[in-house]
Design a protein around this ligand. Structure first.
Ligand code: AHR
Length: 506
């Protein structure tokens, strides 16, 4: 028994480049993401540099994180950056009203974030405060970070111990302006985005990629309103876009918002519903893209999915405001499916940021005191990192043998994508089926592959996950289920499995 599938991969037809920023991350002042996760303070017995956990940095460096978004989320629109600068003991305490109403001592601020990015080798993506901040405050933050020479903010930065300006490529103009970011109407926010963007200057050779806060899910009207306002036609001889990217957010839920379901205790039916929800991101990206095509046919404006991932009910006994959840093989398959979809939309989709890197929502790493666990999702990012900045290759799936009925819907249980970079081909395949293996024939056209390295991420069941006691229950192993055929490769994909094949192009 089992499914049979087949696909054609054209090794000699180059698609668009897969922006490395599709593998971006997101760290908010929320629960234990920053405090306890990334940052433990200089006096902690946990090895750290300037308070930043070195075990977390080391694990994340293996993912080649291209960019890190901070400080929110909803937190960004009540964050006042000057509170997080200067001597720590003098920094004011604020209340994190969105996330557990806890006190925030501002010990992790601008300098600490920039140090974290340097340790990770990631480019900073700072989300400014539009909801409760001012134009002046945001403009000064950009000046503080990126200006050289002499100016009020440069003097302040130097007094706080940093002479050289930093490079900050990505700048967010608020977050979820339709909700926690100010409950605005699209028309009002579009005007504010233009206003704030005007005063977020390019200092010296630092060029900002300004990202307007975009829609929830399939609110295409929001995107349309922003696209309509993107350029100031008539105000200048050469109209220039106010923002270079537009975001949207989409989370994968297994049920209604009020009862999102457990991360670890779920049925096979829950799994299939989750996979249908995950695959919906394809239609959402396509929908936002086609609106953007009407205004920007040359695809100069990037679509930025700066929050995505699974959102389950919090782990029993944990603070409901901290969004701490376990991460199973199911989460890994949600991630691998998203990446296949992202690769297919590489022409318009410029950036994506999983929510969130450590201890919050679909995390890469869970910490418990000094202990650290890599999640199944971490391994998908690691196994797929060769797609970053690679040229996508077209994959034509024949789907009739791998479809499963889920209620009234049909779920395609095979997912795949491929790319080539520096002469190395990387093929990613996911079998989403909970029970059936998939016998997949890959017809490779326009080239030959050299020696193969194949890896698999799977486990005894979809609920399997890693913990301090069993950290390697779901971890990549080498895969011997690939054989060569006259026309390409044949794969025996086990159920609920993610596989990567890497080989030089000959
Ligand atoms: O990632 C958690 C929250 O989800 C973010 O703060 C917010 O932007 C979104 O609603």
């Amino acid at each position: 028994s089992g499914h049979t599938g087949s696909a054609i991969i054209n090794l000699d037809i180059e698609g668009p480049v897969i922006s490395r920023h599709l593998y971006g991350h997101f760290a908010e002042h929320l629960g234990r993401c920053i405090y306890g996760g990334f940052y433990v303070g200089e006096d902690s017995p946990i090895p750290n540099e300037g308070g930043i956990r070195l075990d977390v940095v080391e694990a994340l460096r293996a993912l080649n994180i291209p960019n890190l978004r901070w400080p929110g989320g909803c937190f960004a629109d009540e964050y006042h950056w000057k509170d997080g600068t200067g001597p720590k003991e003098e920094r004011p305490v604020m209340v994190n009203t969105h996330w557990g109403n806890v006190e925030e001592n501002n010990h992790f601020g601008t300098h600490e974030f920039m140090a974290l990015c340097e340790l990770l080798g990631a480019e900073p993506y700072i989300s400014g405060n539009v909801g409760s901040g001012t134009v002046q405050e945001m403009s000064e933050w950009v000046e503080y970070l990126t200006r050289d020479g002499d100016s009020p903010m440069v003097r302040l930065r130097k007094a706080n111990g940093r002479d050289e300006p930093w490079r900050v490529p990505f700048w967010g103009l608020g977050n979820e302006a339709w909700g926690c970011g100010g409950n605005m109407r699209a028309e009002h926010y579009a005007d504010l985005a233009r206003q704030y963007a005007t005063y977020c200057r390019d200092h010296g050779d630092n060029t900002l990629y300004r990202i307007a806060a975009g829609a929830a899910d399939g609110d295409f009207a929001w995107t349309e309103t922003l696209m309509r306002q993107i350029s100031c036609f008539g105000c200048e001889a050469t109209p220039k876009n106010f923002f270079q990217g537009i975001s949207f957010h989409y989370y994968t839920l297994g049920g209604p918002w009020e009862n999102k379901g457990s991360a670890t205790d779920f049925t096979v039916e829950d799994h299939y519903r989750t996979m249908l929800a995950a695959q919906r991101v394809d239609r959402l990206i396509a929908g936002h893209s086609s609106v953007m095509d009407c205004y920007d046919p040359h695809k100069r404006v990037g679509l930025v999915l700066d929050e995505w991932g699974t959102w389950w009910s919090v782990e029993p006994g944990t603070n409901p405001g901290f969004l701490f959840q376990q991460n199973t093989l199911r989460d890994a398959l949600v991630a691998s499916t998203h990446f296949d979809i992202f690769h297919r939309h590489a022409e318009r989709l410029f950036m994506a940021n999983i929510a969130q890197t450590v201890n919050v929502l679909q995390a890469m790493i869970l910490t418990d005191g000094e202990k650290l666990v890599l999640t199944p999702t971490y391994h998908v990012f690691e196994m797929n990192k060769g797609h970053q900045d690679a040229t996508s290759l077209p994959v034509h799936l024949r789907t009739e043998g791998t479809v499963r009925a889920v209620g009234d819907a049909e779920l395609e249980t095979l997912s795949a994508s491929a790319s080539v970079k520096d002469g190395q081909v990387l093929i990613s395949l996911t079998n989403l089926d909970a029970a059936e293996s998939a016998d997949v024939a890959l017809d490779l056209r326009g080239g030959e592959l050299g020696a193969l390295t194949a890896r698999i991420l799977t486990a005894a069941g979809l609920r399997e996950h890693n913990s301090g006691d069993a950290p390697e229950t779901v971890a990549p192993r080498s895969f011997d289920g690939v054989t060569r055929t006259g026309t390409g490769l044949r794969l025996a994909l086990p159920p609920h499995a993610f596989v990567t094949i890497q080989a030089p192009l000959q």
